[in-house]
Each structure stands twice: as structure tokens, then as C-alpha cells.
Write a protein that binds this ligand. Sequence first.
Ligand code: NAG
Ligand code: NAG
Ligand code: NAG
Ligand code: NAG
Ligand code: NAG
Ligand code: NAG
Ligand code: NAG
Ligand code: NAG
Ligand code: NAG
Ligand code: NAG
Ligand code: NAG
Length: 623
Amino acid sequence: MSKTTTNHSSFMASFHFPLLSLFLLLLLQPLFTAANLHKTRNLLKSNLFTEHTTNRVNDTPPTLYFEVTKPIEVPKAKPCSHLLLHHDFAYTYGQSPVLANYTPPSHCSFDKFSKIVFEWKATCKGRQFDRIFGVWLGGVEILRSCTAEPRATGIVWSVKKDITRYYSLLVKNETQTLAVYLGNLVDKTYTGVYHVDITVYFYPAESDFSNHDNKGRDDLVSGYDSKADLILPISRNLPLNDGLWFEIENSTDTQVKEFKIPQNVYRAVLEVYVSFHESDEFWYGNLPNNYIVANNLTDYPGNGPFREVVVSLDGKAVGAIWPFTVVYTGGINPLLWRPITGIGSFDLPSYDIEVTPFLGNILDGKTHSFGFSVTNALNVWYIDANLHLWLDSMSTKTMGKLLEHNNEPLIVSLVSNFKGLEGTFLTKVNRSISSSGWVKSSHGKITTHFIQDFSYNNSMAMGNDGNLQIVNQTIHFNDSVSAMEQSLNAHSMKSFKLFSLYLYSDSVDQGNGTSLEVSNVTLGFDEKSSRNAGFGLSSSSLNNLQNGQGEIVVKNNLVSSGLGSTQQVYKYHGNEFCYFRNISSSNYTILYDQVGHNCNKRKMSQFGFSLRNGGLFHLKQLL
Ligand SMILES: *[C@@H]1O[C@H](CO)[C@@H](O)[C@H](O)[C@H]1NC(C)=O
Ligand SMILES: *[C@@H]1O[C@H](CO)[C@@H](O)[C@H](O)[C@H]1NC(C)=O
Ligand SMILES: *[C@@H]1O[C@H](CO)[C@@H](O)[C@H](O)[C@H]1NC(C)=O
Ligand SMILES: *[C@@H]1O[C@H](CO)[C@@H](O)[C@H](O)[C@H]1NC(C)=O
Ligand SMILES: *[C@@H]1O[C@H](CO)[C@@H](O)[C@H](O)[C@H]1NC(C)=O
Ligand SMILES: *[C@@H]1O[C@H](CO)[C@@H](O)[C@H](O)[C@H]1NC(C)=O
Ligand SMILES: *[C@@H]1O[C@H](CO)[C@@H](O)[C@H](O)[C@H]1NC(C)=O
Ligand SMILES: *[C@@H]1O[C@H](CO)[C@@H](O)[C@H](O)[C@H]1NC(C)=O
Ligand SMILES: *[C@@H]1O[C@H](CO)[C@@H](O)[C@H](O)[C@H]1NC(C)=O
Ligand SMILES: *[C@@H]1O[C@H](CO)[C@@H](O)[C@H](O)[C@H]1NC(C)=O
Ligand SMILES: *[C@@H]1O[C@H](CO)[C@@H](O)[C@H](O)[C@H]1NC(C)=O
């Protein structure tokens, strides 16, 4: 199942796409050799930028890089902190993940926690690529992330993540292995060593904070607490000289993991981690094969701009993921992401697939398998998952039955209109997957419906003799879960996600041996979600929009100067907590930064979302 990394191409795979990186091109080969078309593409792949700094390296404090996101709500009480790992990631590529033993913190004076927060803190100095990395506990992935690219004067950044959902794993009274894989390469040119501290903060349980023993206000019908009783890794096993993720290399590649569940499970959710690299790092900009063939282009990533991850259980597709277009810290133009990094780049989103309707098929105590594949994939996708299981403490055996499973084929429409290297392409895809099934446990006989609805729209234009590419893409990713006991609605969740991307990338020849590479990018991550656990409805909305403009001047195949500017507006509206941030940076400097915490009632209605189809919800409870 796992790939061996012996040949040259796999070796290169360790970098996120180093072959096409600007810096490598500068050092090892002329920047623009092939057809004009490749200019834009090569620059998209630039993930390293040498900064011409006038500062003296030693007297400048390190630059703080960060991702704009809402702070984690924690109780007022002081947490108990537990340092899990201190490590310097130097030449770690192709070596075993860095391992450490983990046991729950025995030094904490309390034994129940209301919140558990993970923190990755790192510094780096010199020159280095952006590296993808993963953190696993007992094979369960708890963070997928990308390192920040250092400067000569040094950088520092931290990633904080609420990992309370991994509660049962974190408090398990046994020694487990923490594994971190960050494939870094250090030599005379790429000097950056990542110095990392991983700490976990345990916050004590408070009476007014939802607590872990299924008595919080999280659930009316017990058992719909967000924290599972058992989490099974659906990842590769150690020992490995690589990440614990599976690698998906092409559109027919399916990676499979066998597993077995206890026979008293009454709810199951598969949480999937996804990242895309090399030929598919910018999948949303990959051109249709007919264009590539017609123009006799070689070494050019194709298969068009549509990708989906399909998750199967014993060979049947149970859910899909149409991923958010995370741009890593070296992507498009590395100067865009300094110091404000791209949405999701420090904490890649994971995606949940409700597996409960299928429990009837897998409660037999036998081995079953999950499979992962990627429609239209080019090398390489890193995918693995965690199976969250809720156990019936009152019985040793639950029963279930799958009632319905619909997996409509993809509806794809592609309109190509091009002549030579110029033209337009419109790709639209829809998909719907649904399932329902019941599970009988001490909580009753509960029927769960799971529906996923997707729609995708990508318009792409190639101009300026193939040097200009404009991509405008939207993904609607809707899912809903409802659990009913007879006709009583016990629990339901809905989520409407909208992922938007706009990319303008041009290479303008100035006619004097100089060219100007321009790239503007817009990334949008919007989500409205609601949850009804019987006591009423809770809802939240997030609008997170990032705009960036970057320019690089290339002279005689060398980058002579560059500038990146970014603006971001982040608006989160929860039931009891709101967060607003409006921030901008240019040339490493923050231009403005407004932060707000007030839940403005009047403003909220503007986020209020229509629940036309939401018969399960009560509109009046929304506002
Ligand atoms: C953890 O396990 C050890 C050994 O099995 C046992 O002695 C100890 O009491 C356990 N601690 C807790 C908090 O359950
Ligand atoms: C796709 O990848 C799999 C797994 O590496 C490999 O066995 C297969 O030959 C590849 N198929 C194509 C068409 O390249
Ligand atoms: C296509 O490219 C190949 C490799 O560069 C070349 O040998 C061939 O002549 C080209 N064909 C056409 C029709 O341009
Ligand atoms: C695809 O989904 C969108 C949004 O739900 C809808 O407007 C459109 O009609 C669908 N197209 C097809 C071909 O089903
Ligand atoms: C997703 O939900 C939104 C909001 O209800 C709706 O506008 C959109 O058409 C839905 N898209 C799909 C693909 O179901
Ligand atoms: C899809 O994109 C095209 C071009 O941007 C646009 O005209 C069309 O309205 C879009 N369709 C949807 C359903 O968003
Ligand atoms: C992208 O396309 C949508 C329609 O799908 C349109 O509303 C929007 O203005 C376009 N964005 C840009 C920057 O052209
Ligand atoms: C090259 O031409 C551009 C546009 O005319 C000009 O702005 C730039 O200064 C020139 N660069 C050099 C090195 O002559
Ligand atoms: C790119 O961004 C710059 C700065 O906002 C703007 O002046 C320019 O018009 C943008 N270009 C395109 C094609 O969007
Ligand atoms: C963000 O701040 C800028 C500069 O002050 C302002 O022009 C813009 O309107 C603000 N945006 C929002 C959504 O508040
Ligand atoms: C960016 O800032 C540096 C000083 O920190 C300055 O030397 C350089 O000229 C600036 N670049 C641009 C394009 O403004």
C-alpha cells in the first residue's frame, strides 16, 4: 500500500514541488526555458523567494507570521500545560517520523477537562521551502499543516488548535506514540532548520462549561456529544520513513485501510484529512487535456480543474469531499503570505463523513475497509482519516440496518473554446450522496439520514499567448445529518460551505530582458452551520475572505524585486461569541488591523440564513 521512495521522482516528491520552485530555477537552471505558457505556471509553483534584505541579520527580531482565525474559547481557569515534544527538524526527509511517548498528564491536579488545546510553536532562520507536516497520536491525525517560509532575519509562528474532540484519545490511561513527520532538507543553500515545541493545554472542567461526561448542554438525547468514546486511526502504520498519510498518485489509485469496530457502537463519523501537492497543488488551475494535446504541451499538469476525494466503505462510496483550495506558504507568490498566511495553511481543514447509516453493515465484529480515491488525481494527494466511534455503555451489542443509499453519478459539463493557446473553459459539476439507516441501542432505535450536496463551477481563461491565466471557481459543499427517534427529531446538523477562489496570473514581457509577473488572488471560506440537539437551535456563520496582489520582476532569469500585499476580513458569528478582524499587510508590514468581539444583533441578521428546506429547524430561534 505504501509507496517506497527510492527513485528520483519520489525523492523530489518530498519537497512540496521544488522542481518548479522559483529559487531552484534560479540556482539550477534558467528560469524560463520552455514555451511561454510555462512562465505563468512556473511562477505559480514558486515557493521560495530570496529576499534582498538590507537589515543586519543579527539585530533584527524575528518576524511573527500568523493565520487570521478566531481565538479558541477557553474557560477562565488556568490550564495545566504538558510539553510533548521539543525537536529541531533539520535533515528529516525520508527518515522515520519523530516519535515521543505520550501519557496523559499525571501532574494536573484535576482529572476532567473542559477544553484541550494543542499548540505548535516554531522558529526558523535562513532559507527554506514550505513543508507539509502532520501530527499523529496513536496513529490518529490531530493536525495537518504547512510550515512558514523563513527569512534571513528569522521568523516565529504558532498554531493553536482546539483538540477537545480527541478527548478519549488524550486521556487514555496508557502510553501512546506521538508522531510528527516534517520532511525537511538542509544543505548549504536551504539552511532553514525548524525548531519546534509542541505543547498541549488541559483546561479544568467548570460547572458552566460543557463537560465531557455527556451531561453538558451539548446533547438532549445523550450520545450526541461532540466527543467520541473511541477514535480509530485510518492511517498507515509505523514504522515508516514518511508521513502516516496514504499517497494517492492518480485517478485510478485507491488506498485501502482495514479496520474492525466494537459491536456496541451507536454512532460513527469519519474525519478525513486531505492535502494536495506537486502536479495537483494548484489543481483548480490545471488545464483540460484537450488543450494540452492540441497545443502539444508536455510536462504540464492536466486533467482539468475538477477534483473530488471519494471515501468508500467496503467498496461503496459513502461520502465525498470537495476540498477547500488551501494555498501553502510558498504558493502563487510567496510574498503574499508574509506575515499573514493563506486561509487554512497553518491548520488545514478536516472533513466529516457520517458513517452511522452504514453501521448495520459493520457491527458484525469482522474486518471492513475504508478506501480513498481522488477523481482526476495527478500525483500526489496525502489522505488519511480518523474513525470517531460512540459506544453504548449500557450494552455490549447494538444492531443496525442500512435503509437507503443513493450515490448519483457525477454530473459534469465542460465547455471548451480555444484557438491555439488562448481560450476559455467552463467546468460545472454536481453530485449528491445520501444514506439512511437505523441503529438500535440503549438510546432507542434511531434513524440517521446523511445528505451531501455539491456543486462546482470553474471558469478559466487563457490569454496573452498562454501567459495569462484567470480562474474563477466556486464550490458549494452542503451536508446535513438528522437523527430521529420514531418521528421525534433527536439531533440534527446542517452545514453550508462555500469555497471561492479567483486567480489572475500574468507574465508581461517588458521587452528589455525583463518581465513582470503579476498575480492577484482571492480566497473565500464561508460556512453557515446549525445544530439542533433538542433544547433549541444553535447556529454560527463564518465569512473569511482574503485578497492578495503580488508582483515579481524577473530580469535575465533572476528575480530582481518583488512585492506582496494582502487584505483579509474575517467575520465569525456564533451563538454566544463573535469575532471580527479586518487586517492588511504589504511588504511584510501590517498596514491596519481592526479586531472586534461584539455580537451586533443588527449585523447578525445580515448573516441570518434561510432555512427554506430546514423543516427540522425553528426559524424564530435563529435570531
Ligand atoms: C492507569 O493505569 C495504571 C496501570 O494500569 C493504574 O495503576 C492507574 O491507577 C491508572 N490510572 C487511572 C487514573 O486510571
Ligand atoms: C496509478 O497509481 C497506482 C498506485 O501507485 C499504480 O499502481 C498504477 O499503475 C497507476 N496507474 C496509472 C495509469 O498510472
Ligand atoms: C510535439 O512536441 C514534440 C516534442 O517536443 C516534437 O517532437 C513534435 O514535433 C511536436 N509536434 C508538433 C505537431 O508540434
Ligand atoms: C447543480 O447544482 C446547482 C446548485 O444546487 C443547481 O442550480 C444546478 O441546476 C445543478 N445542475 C445540474 C445539471 O444538476
Ligand atoms: C447549498 O445550500 C445553499 C443554502 O441553502 C443553497 O443556496 C445552495 O444551492 C446549496 N447547494 C447545493 C449544491 O445543494
Ligand atoms: C459559473 O461561472 C460562470 C462564469 O463565471 C457564470 O457565468 C455562472 O453564473 C456561474 N454559475 C453558477 C451557478 O455560479
Ligand atoms: C467570479 O464569478 C462569479 C460568478 O460565478 C462572479 O459573480 C464574480 O464576480 C467573479 N469574480 C471575479 C473576480 O471576476
Ligand atoms: C524594462 O522596461 C520596463 C518597462 O518599459 C521598465 O519599467 C524597466 O525599468 C526596464 N528595466 C530595465 C532594467 O531597463
Ligand atoms: C491586481 O491587483 C492590483 C492591486 O489591487 C490591481 O490594481 C489590479 O487591477 C489587479 N489586477 C487584476 C487583473 O485583477
Ligand atoms: C477594513 O478596513 C479598511 C481600512 O480601514 C476599510 O477601508 C474597509 O472598509 C474595512 N472593511 C470592513 C469590512 O470593515
Ligand atoms: C519593502 O521594504 C523594504 C524595507 O523593509 C524596502 O527596502 C523595499 O524597498 C520595500 N519594497 C517595496 C516594493 O516597497
